[in-house]
Each structure stands twice: as structure tokens, then as C-alpha cells.
Design a protein around this ligand. Sequence first.
Ligand code: ZN
Length: 145
Amino acid sequence: MRLSCEVIRDLLPLYYDKVCSKESSSLIEEHLVDCPQCLGELQKLKLNLEKPIVSDGEIQVMENIALKWKRDKKVWFTKGSMFISALAAIICFIAYNVIGAKVMPDGTLVEPFALIPMGYIFILVFIISLICNFVFLKKYKSNTK
Ligand SMILES: [Zn+2]
């Protein structure tokens, strides 16, 4: 059975990936023996598949997007932690004032002491986030110049 070059070329990618049937493979091989044009197509296919499909320019663009996304994520993370820590610190101090100091009937003084260091810890986190955010932004600005 003799197949046309067109049919063979349609089958070449399948043959190259070894996903066509044994019968097709042997037909293609038979054809390739006495058809240098189709053999050339197979060589081209090999070269094309071994080369990366995306160009260097496209890779660069993708890397830039990935980098930008990564740095945006970092900035948003520090912004988020700034906001949350500021909010938490405010809540701690407000809660401390709202709860206030109480003297229990048995005479012991009950104060929500834990809220004060917690509030300071959140303030510290807020300051660290602020510095990180500032440093990130400064670094990215100097990078993009
Ligand atoms: Zn051919």
C-alpha cells in the first residue's frame, strides 16, 4: 500500500511521538525509505520539537511578569501585615481601656495586663512591616530605573 506524501506528513508528528499504530509506523517507515522529502520533514519536526517553542523575548516578558507579580505580592503582604498589626494594636489598647481594672469581691485586682504587651508587639510588627514595605519599594524603584 502506497500512501501519498500528504498523508505521511499528517502522520509524521504522531510517528515522531510514537503514538500511532504499529501498522502506520511501518507504512511511514516504508515511505520514508524512498521519499527524501518526507524524511526531510521528519528531520525538521525533530529540530522544531527539540527547540524551545517560545522565543527568548517571550521568556523575558514572562520572567518580568513573574518578577513583578512576586514583588507586588511582597508589597501587598507587607501592606496587609501593616494594616492588620495596626488594627490589632488599636484593638488591644481599646480593649484594655474598655475592660479596665476591676477589683474582685475578694479584693484581688484584675487587669487585662496581657493586652499591653500584646499591643506593643503589634506596634512592633507594624513598624517592621512599614520598614520592609519602604525597603521593598525603594529597592524596586532603583531596579526598574
Ligand atoms: Zn513522501
